[in-house]
Design a protein around this ligand. Sequence first.
Ligand code: FAD
Ligand code: MG
Ligand code: MG
Length: 321
Amino acid sequence: MSSPERVYSYSAVLMGSPILLKLFEDNPQAASAVFRLIKQLEDLLTVNREHSQLMAVNHAAGQQPVVVSRPVFELIRRAKTVSLMENSCFNLTIGPLVKRWKIGFRGDAVPPQAEIQSLLPLTRPEQVILDPQTCAVFLTQVGMEIDLGAIAKGYIADRVRDLLLQMDIHHALINLGGNVLTLGAPQHGHQTAWGIGLQKPFAAPDALIGTIEVAGKSVVTSGVYERYFERDGKLYHHILDPKTGYPLDNELLSVTVISDDSIDGDIYTTLLYGMGVEKSLRYLTTVPHIEAIFVTRTGQVILSSQRQFRFTLQDNDYHLV
Ligand code: FAD
Ligand code: MG
Ligand code: MG
């Protein structure tokens, strides 16, 4: 029999990421249903295999529109809207550059500058033509590719939450490899919040800068240390600057966003990463439901505000400012 004091952990590897589900009941059927859902969505949205709804759109670039399912259409529409925001570094058409750099995949290398220049004209979000009537998506130039790597895990985490609630599960944690979504508080004695580790950059995976306490919130982190390679003493990470085609270069090592919905967390980690600390802090005063933790190269930990979470620093190499 399951006891409410016990945590039941279920894991899988999907989307090239370790997936962890924590429940307070012994419920392998629920875990299977969650992993099945993630797999189904991965199969629609992946660009790491030849066949998916998204790859069908990419393969037809410059040729014809492709009809996708309503949820895939809406996700592309959201990604396009965010990409077209003023000064947005989020770009859903970053695909050709992601494929060329291969950061985090076998064969990663610094492409010749001329090649990067030649790919930049293929990364124009306004050239993603959407027909809401038919859910058709058309990329106007041959060679264009949509990549939803900066938003899809957040979207999928939210769908997992919907499924858990449908199954009458109200206390759970799902971690999609850096995208954590909590339902309610842990059912552990009198605990009122989950403790989520803020990973220490370039250290062992269990080394933490500190702990974020939340209940019923999403906690998403984007960091330069997640996927990168080093050449000639320089670090190349996976968040690319759509203006230059090179990895974004600023004072940040990571951005963590605390929000209700994980899709917002995923979008904002990328957006704020591109803005840097100063601009982000100013910007966040206009979006009160989004809060962030910035970790800088000089060891600073900066919090935008702390209404939805508590943060405790644990590592002496870092200091709160
Ligand atoms: P974030 O920091 O949120 O975003 C970075 C990612 O977004 C980059 O990896 C790139 O894909 C994209 N990106 C880079 N620059 C920009 C930009 N300026 N604007 C918008 N997007 C940008 N990994 C594997 O190793 N193997 C797999 O088989 C695999 N399959 C996947 C299938 C799916 C459906 C998804 C969603 C991801 C998969 N991944 C896989 C992981 C994927 O390749 C990315 O590394 C991952 O999504 C990055 O997540 P993040 O939260 O760390 O990134
Ligand atoms: Mg991430
Ligand atoms: Mg993101």
